[in-house]
Design a protein around this ligand. Structure first.
Ligand SMILES: [Zn+2]
Length: 61
């Protein structure tokens, strides 16, 4: 899993923090599916979310 982000698209900062809201993303047609957590990469300077990554995308199938 790559976590490298070059630059904030909004302010150009290169300082980021990764965070999760621990709410699983679930497939629309399988509401009972456990789904997968997602991780946000957030700019430390302006708060822009530069990336949202699903940890286990295969669980959305
Ligand atoms: Zn920024």
């Amino acid at each position: 899993m790559s976590t490298t982000v070059e630059k904030c698209t909004d302010c150009g900062s290169t300082s980021f923090v990764q965070a999760s809201d621990f709410i699983n993303l679930r497939p629309l047609d399988k509401k009972l599916s456990i789904g997968s957590e997602r991780v946000y990469t957030v700019c430390l300077d302006c708060g822009e979310v530069v990336s949202i990554k699903v940890i286990n995308p295969e669980k959305l199938i």
